[in-house]
Structures are given as structure tokens and as C-alpha cells.
Design a protein around this ligand. Structure first.
Ligand SMILES: NC(=O)c1ccc[n+]([C@@H]2O[C@H](COP(=O)([O-])OP(=O)(O)OC[C@H]3O[C@@H](n4cnc5c(N)ncnc54)[C@H](OP(=O)(O)O)[C@@H]3O)[C@@H](O)[C@H]2O)c1
Length: 305
């Protein structure tokens, strides 16, 4: 059996439940992994709430939280290539298998080996925040010296975007709340506090000609306020970005992207800024913090704790 945190119905955090599940058996395209660390993401509570039931509405309850994990391969499906039992890996649990658990299934084509030097806690943040930031920057294709405004720079995706953009020679500005000033400026980005009144006006004062691009991680009214400042606008979380002339990020979720982000971490170009590690027994606390919408950097469940 394998301990897991899941939910017995769609709803708020009160539907969450710790339970023992059978160790899953990998299908032909999957690998079974002993989880060493799992990333905590906003999509986890959105899935639990039933807000994206096209993704998980067909799965039986209890469902298990979590969509990314790093760990060691225990078994490999017959169609999976390039992975073997004993490999240290990171990847996506796109099958709905859930990663807030001692063991999980990852999709073979969305799972990559990780370098020995990379701690599992860092590797567990690669699939969602890491490769989303990579996809945004690849899609924008900005030249060195271009200006980028990251709306919501203090969260998991934002803090990765800040560092990977700087590595490409972009000039980065980011919005966040007061307490994130040091976190943001440490990445070399210019910090703009969105809690201090008319943020669009203050950004305009700083960049009268606007920004070459706006990368949005917040969405909603905040995106609408900020979008006119960018010659190009891309959003990672709000598909209505098209209504303000922008585009949604196109996600690749492939092995090559995972490997590229792992290399950037090992090269010292990307620190996921893990601000909290939680044992599985306290995974609900980590998710509650993300659900507060004001998480700082990344939160990770560490099965070694
Ligand atoms: N398409 C994809 O594949 C994909 C992948 C990853 C994430 N996403 C989506 O992208 C969004 C962000 O994900 P994440 O992992 O970065 O979330 P996160 O780690 O929970 O961070 C959210 C951040 O938003 C900031 N924030 C909230 N309101 C803000 C505002 N008005 N202005 C500026 N910042 C604000 C918060 O910081 P403050 O405390 O400073 O407010 C917090 O740091 C979520 O909606 C997620 O579902 C999509």
C-alpha cells in the first residue's frame, strides 16, 4: 500500500482525506516511481474543486492530489523508452495518478532523468513552474536587451521566469506584494509593489514606451489592467488573455524541456526558491498556502521528512 493525500468528492479543502491506496501498476506508456518530492501547484486545488473537470471529471474517487514529482523509477511500462528501473527522474502525472503520495505513475514521454547533483526537492519543481517559464520565454522569443514585465513575479512560475529571462539578457520588471521585495530584487528584476495603488500608472511612469512583452501569471482584473503596457502579452493561467489581444502559453510537457530546465538548475541559472518543505502528513498545509493565492516561490512535499 502507498499513503496518499486525495479527495473523496469535488469541493473545498474539507473534502481532502489521507488514505492508503494500492501501489499503482504502470500502463504501457507509464513509469511507477517512488516519490521523493512533489511540487505543490494551484492546479492541484483547482482540480480538487472540480473547476477543470474536463481534466479529471472521469476519474473515480478518491482522487489523489498533485501532478508533478521527482523520485526513483520502480517499474517501466513496455512502450517507454530511455528510462530504466533505478533511474532518478522528474515528470508529470498527467494520468491523474496524483503525486502527493509515496508512489505514483508518471507519463514516460513527460518524464526525464535528472543529474545526480540535483536534489529531489528542486527537481520536483521542474515540470510545472520550470518548464512553464521555459515555454513562455521560448514562445516570446525576445532578443537580449528586450524588456519583460512579469505580472505576479513572486510565485512559482514568476520567480522562475525572472531568472530564466535574465539569463537570456532580458531586462525584467515584476509586480508582487510588499513582503516579496527582497525575493524579487535578488533575481535582478526591478520590483514594483502592486499593493501601493494604481500599479499600471506607476509602471507607465517607469516605462513610458511600455514593455516589449508582458508575461502574466495572475489573470483576471490584474491582467486587464496590465495588458495595455505590453506590445506582446502572454498568460500562463488565464485563457481570456485573448480578449485583450494576448495569447495563452502553449505547453510542451516533453522530456526535452524537463532536461533543459534541469541543466539550467545545475548550471546555477535557476533556483526554484523553495520557501517551504512539508512531510506528506502535512501536505494539506502546503496546499492551503498555495490556495491562499499568495505563496512565495515554491512549496514542496518532501517524502524524506
Ligand atoms: N498553463 C500551465 O501549464 C500553467 C503552469 C503553471 C501555472 N499555471 C497557472 O499560473 C498561475 C500562477 O501559478 P504559480 O504556480 O506561479 O502560482 P503561485 O506559486 O501560487 O503564485 C501565485 C503568485 O501570484 C501573486 N499574486 C496574486 N495576486 C497578484 C496581483 N494582483 N499582482 C501580482 N501578483 C499577484 C502572489 O504573490 P503576492 O503575495 O505578491 O500577491 C503569488 O506569489 C496559476 O493560475 C496556475 O494555475 C498554469
Amino acid at each position: 500500500m502507498s499513503k496518499a493525500l486525495g479527495y473523496k468528492a469535488f469541493g473545498d479543502a474539507s473534502v481532502q482525506v489521507f488514505f492508503d491506496r494500492q501501489v499503482p501498476v504502470p500502463g504501457p506508456a507509464e513509469v511507477l516511481v517512488r516519490v521523493e518530492a512533489a511540487g505543490v501547484n494551484p492546479l492541484d486545488h483547482k482540480l480538487r474543486a472540480g473547476h477543470v473537470s474536463a481534466m479529471n471529471g472521469h476519474l473515480p474517487f478518491p482522487q489523489v492530489l498533485g501532478m508533478e514529482a521527482a523520485g526513483t523509477v520502480l517499474a517501466v511500462g513496455e512502450d517507454v523508452t530511455g528510462l530504466a528501473v533505478g533511474d532518478r527522474v522528474t515528470g508529470f502525472a498527467l494520468t491523474g495518478a496524483g503525486t502527493y503520495a509515496e508512489t505514483t505513475l508518471l507519463l514516460g514521454t513527460s518524464t526525464a532523468r535528472i543529474p545526480d547533483a540535483l536534489p529531489a526537492t528542486w527537481a520536483a519543481t521542474i515540470p510545472v513552474a520550470g518548464t512553464t517559464a521555459l515555454d513562455v520565454l521560448d514562445q516570446l522569443g525576445l532578443p537580449a536587451g528586450a524588456s519583460l514585465l512579469v505580472n505576479g513575479i513572486g510565485g512559482g512560475v514568476g520567480i522562475a521566469l525572472a531568472q530564466l529571462a535574465r539569463d537570456r539578457g532580458l531586462v525584467v520588471t515584476g509586480t508582487a506584494s510588499t513582503a516579496k521585495r527582497d525575493l524579487v530584487t535578488a533575481t535582478g528584476a526591478t520590483f514594483v509593489d502592486y499593493t501601493e495603488g494604481d500599479v499600471a500608472q506607476r509602471l507607465r511612469a517607469q516605462a513610458p514606451d511600455g514593455f516589449d512583452a508582458v508575461a502574466d501569471t495572475v489573470g483576471g482584473d490584474s491582467l486587464r489592467e496590465i495588458a495595455p503596457l505590453g506590445r506582446t502579452v502572454i498568460s500562463v493561467g488565464d485563457p481570456s488573455v485573448t480578449e485583450v489581444g494576448g495569447v495563452a502559453v502553449e505547453r510542451r510537457v516533453d522530456r526535452a524541456g524537463l532536461e533543459r530546465v534541469a541543466e539550467l538548475m545545475v548550471a546555477g541559472k535557476l533556483d526554484p526558491h523553495i520557501t517551504g518543505t512539508y512531510p506528506l502528513a502535512r501536505a494539506d498545509e502546503a496546499l492551503a498556502l498555495v490556495e491562499s493565492l499568495h505563496a512565495r516561490g515554491k512549496l514542496v512535499i518532501d517524502l524524506g521528512l
